[in-house]
Design a protein around this ligand. Structure first.
Ligand code: NAP
Length: 238
C-alpha cells in the first residue's frame, strides 16, 4: 500500500483555548507540525493562539464548537480549501458537569449534554475528517478519555462523565477496527489527574505531563498501536 508521512503534517486540536488542549497544541507545534488550535469562543481561542505564536510556534486558528454540526461543516470546508487534508485529530474538548452526583440523581439532560460534547462531538469530527485521512492514506486520531471511564475500576459518582468516557473508548475500538490495515491509527488516552479548570488546583500533574501521551499517540510511526487505551505511554485496562 502507498503509505507515507507527509512532509508537513497538519494537526487539529478541539477545545484548545486552555488546559490540556492548549498544551497539546504547544507540544505538537514544537514537533514542527502545523497545528490548528480550535475553540468555541473565538476571542479566547485567538488569545491562546497568540500566546503560542509569541513562543515562535506555527499555530493556526479556527472556531469550532464540537456540538454544532454547522460549525464542523465550516471547519471541514476551511481544511479542504486551505490544506486539502488533515493528518492528526485530537479530540480533547470535554465537559464534566455531574461531579458529586450519584447515579440515582443524575438528570438525563445532564447525561445528554455530556454525551453531546464528550461522545457525539468526537464522532461528528471523525465522520467529517476520516474521509480526508483515508484519501491520503495517513492519519492519527487521539481521543482524550479518562480512567473514570475504565470499566475495570468503575465507581458510582459522576455517572454522566464516566458513561461518556466509556462510550468514547468504545468509539476508539469501533473506529480502529473499521480502519484496520490502514495507516490511520486511533487510540484513547488518559492524561492522569491534571491541574486545569477541570482537574482543579490540587491535581498532582502539570499540563505538560498530561499532554505527553496524547502527543506521543498523535505522532506514532507507521505500524504503531491502534485501538488501545494508554496512560504514560503504556497500555492500561479498559
Ligand atoms: P478544561 O480545562 O475544562 O478544558 C476543556 C476545554 O474543552 C475548554 O477549552 C472548553 O472550552 C472546551 N470545550 C468544552 N465544550 C466544548 C465544545 N462544545 N466545543 C469545543 N470546545 C469545548 O479541561 P482539561 O482538564 O484541559 O481536559 C481536557 C480533556 O482531558 C477533557 O476531555 C477531559 O475530560 C480530559 N481529562 C482531564 C483530566 C484532568 O485531570 N484535567 C483527567 C482525565 C481526563 P471553553 O473554555 O469554551 O469552556
Amino acid at each position: 500500500m502507498d503509505i507515507k508521512v507527509p512532509e508537513q503534517r497538519i494537526a487539529l486540536v478541539t477545545g484548545a483555548n486552555r488546559g490540556i488542549g492548549l498544551e497539546i497544541c504547544r507540544q505538537l507545534a514544537q514537533e514542527a507540525i502545523h497545528t490548528i488550535l480550535t475553540s468555541r469562543d473565538q476571542a479566547k481561542g485567538q488569545t491562546a493562539r497568540q500566546e503560542l505564536v509569541e513562543e515562535g510556534l506555527d499555530v493556526g486558528y479556527h472556531p469550532l464548537d464540537v456540538t454544532e454540526p454547522e460549525s464542523v461543516q465550516h471547519l471541514v470546508a476551511h481544511l479542504q480549501q486551505k490544506y486539502g487534508r488533515l493528518d492528526i485529530l485530537v479530540n480533547n474538548a470535554g465537559i464534566a458537569i455531574d461531579r458529586g452526583t450519584g447515579v440515582l440523581h443524575t438528570g438525563l439532560d445532564t447525561l445528554r449534554q455530556t454525551m453531546e460534547t464528550n461522545l457525539y462531538g468526537p464522532l461528528r469530527l471523525c465522520q467529517a475528517l476520516v474521509p480526508l485521512m483515508k484519501r491520503q492514506k495517513y492519519g492519527r486520531i487521539v481521543n482524550l478519555s479518562s480512567s473514570m471511564g475504565q470499566l475495570s475500576t468503575m465507581r458510582s459518582e459522576a455517572p454522566s462523565y464516566r458513561i461518556s468516557k466509556t462510550a468514547l473508548n468504545a468509539l476508539t475500538r469501533i473506529l480502529a477496527t473499521y480502519l484496520e490495515g490502514t495507516d490511520i491509527l486511533v487510540n484513547s488516552m488518559c492524561p492522569g489527574w491534571v491541574r486545569t479548570d477541570m482537574g482543579g488546583s490540587n491535581a498532582p500533574r502539570s499540563v505538560k505531563e498530561g499532554a505527553d501521551t496524547a502527543v506521543w499517540l498523535a505522532t506514532l510511526p507507521e505500524g504503531g498501536p491502534t485501538g488501545g487505551f494508554f496512560r504514560d505511554r503504556k497500555a492500561i485496562p479498559w
